[in-house]
Design a protein around this ligand. Structure first.
Ligand SMILES: Cc1cc2nc3c(=O)[nH]c(=O)nc-3n(C[C@H](O)[C@H](O)[C@H](O)COP(=O)(O)O)c2cc1C
Length: 386
């Protein structure tokens, strides 16, 4: 029954819906998707139906990863359910007060896709970059973006989630990013801790918190925050704050692809020393934007996959060698059973995905889990760009 439903879903999504979606630009499709999520979020009934559809097709494989028991080893990566950008906190809070849905997908995406990492949220709201900021490369099944950490800011995001507390998914993560452009390390630490405390003060308790150390599309140097000292100070400050507040939520950290092996080793040592429970490898690959080579835009999907897989292989081997007490989560080009299995075979405890939502649709996790369980992966689809 599940197999039949998934076959129908795949045919409908990959042969019809995806072709229609790809008739418009990635940017237009992205906006339409956010509008659709906003519309779906309005209806408890529709979201209940979406959850029923997910349950009907999923054969989840429960895992314990990064200090959390999860019903599935697939998690929607940060960057989709992150909310609108605002110029100021006051504007974001006003939007909530007048009943605006400032975080599209907060109800509908977990219902349909399952586990979701919300964010990234920064201490202060960010409008993000203007102009065309999302692209796709269909032949390689890749995405590229320079959204620039657009988000409503941690205070408004926490207030919005608190207003919907009783309807939040039972298990979700929250991803916090350091504020781009902050050069004073003390200010950096203050901002990050205040962002965490915005959620703690509203008593929003996700199953895990992720610290995003790797934002390639904000014109900040993403490797800057991944040095030994910066990372140690930031993570230590967060853990000290957690201890002071008696917060036992596990801390995960998200890092970049293509760091030097020695840098990965140093980071692992720091994470282990401080008590970080999982490392998400990786964020997107910085690359010139398709429309302006002077700008950087992060690549996800097929092009990222070998880079992320190399990182995961190195991280899992070093973790085992040093007996570090942390899990590695693969992220980057989980587009089919083969891609997901490559991460799991390399020792990843779970995987995160974003581009698969575009190329395999909202039930990507169920489709890919089935491809793993039945050892069958369709030939990598190479749909023509519109
Ligand atoms: C449009 C877009 C926005 C993203 N925003 C964030 C973000 O805010 N925080 C973050 O940690 N990762 C963000 N990411 C990166 C994804 O979480 C993920 O690491 C990356 O896309 C690689 O996974 P994939 O190959 O499955 O796409 C974003 C990705 C996309 C495509």
């Amino acid at each position: 029954m599940k197999a039949a439903l998934l076959t129908i879903y795949r045919l409908v999504y990959e042969q019809v819906l995806r072709r229609l979606i790809f008739l418009s630009s990635a940017q237009t499709a992205h906006h339409r998707m956010l509008n659709l999520l906003t519309w779906l979020d309005r209806s408890r009934l529709l979201c209940g139906l979406l959850a029923l559809i997910r349950r009907a097709v999923s054969s989840d494989c429960p895992v314990k990863v990064g200090g959390v028991s999860l019903p599935s080893r697939f998690i929607v990566a940060a960057g989709l359910v992150k909310g609108h950008g605002f110029a100021t906190e006051a504007e974001a809070l006003h939007a909530i007060a007048v009943g605006q849905n400032i975080i599209p997908g907060w109800r509908s995406l977990p219902a349909l896709a399952g586990l979701v990492e919300f964010g990234s949220f920064t201490r202060h709201p960010r409008i993000g970059n203007s102009g065309n900021v999302v692209w796709r490369d269909a032949p390689s099944r890749s995405t590229q973006n320079r959204i620039g950490l657009r988000n409503p800011g941690a205070v408004a995001a926490a207030a919005f989630l608190a207003a919907h507390r009783s309807e939040l998914p039972p298990i979700f993560g929250i991803n916090i990013a350091a504020s781009p452009g902050v050069t004073d390390p003390q200010q950096d630490i203050r901002d990050v801790c205040e962002a965490f405390s915005a959620f703690v003060e509203q008593d929003i308790r996700p199953a895990w918190f992720t610290l995003n150390l790797s934002c390639p599309n904000t014109e900040d140097d993403p490797s800057g925050r991944q040095t030994e000292d910066q990372t140690r100070h930031l993570c230590r400050a967060i853990m000290d704050y957690f201890h002071a507040q008696h917060i036992t939520t596990p801390l995960w950290v998200k890092i970049s692809p293509d760091l030097a092996p020695q840098q990965y080793d140093i980071l692992l040592r720091v994470f282990d020393e401080i008590g970080v429970r999982a490392v998400i490898a990786t964020n997107t690959l910085p690359h010139p934007a398709p429309t302006d080579a002077a700008l950087t835009a992060g690549i996800g999907g097929g092009i990222l996959h070998p880079h992320a897989l190399n990182a995961v292989r190195h991280l899992t081997q070093e973790t085992a060698r040093q007996n570090h007490a942390l899990d590695i989560i693969g992220c980057g080009g989980v587009l089919d059973g083969t891609g997901a299995q490559a991460f799991l075979n390399s020792g990843a405890a779970a995987v995160q995905y974003w581009s698969a939502l575009i190329y395999r649709g909202p039930l990507a996790a169920a489709v890919i889990e089935r491809e793993i369980q039945h050892g069958r992966t369709p030939p990598a689809g190479r749909p023509r760009p519109a």
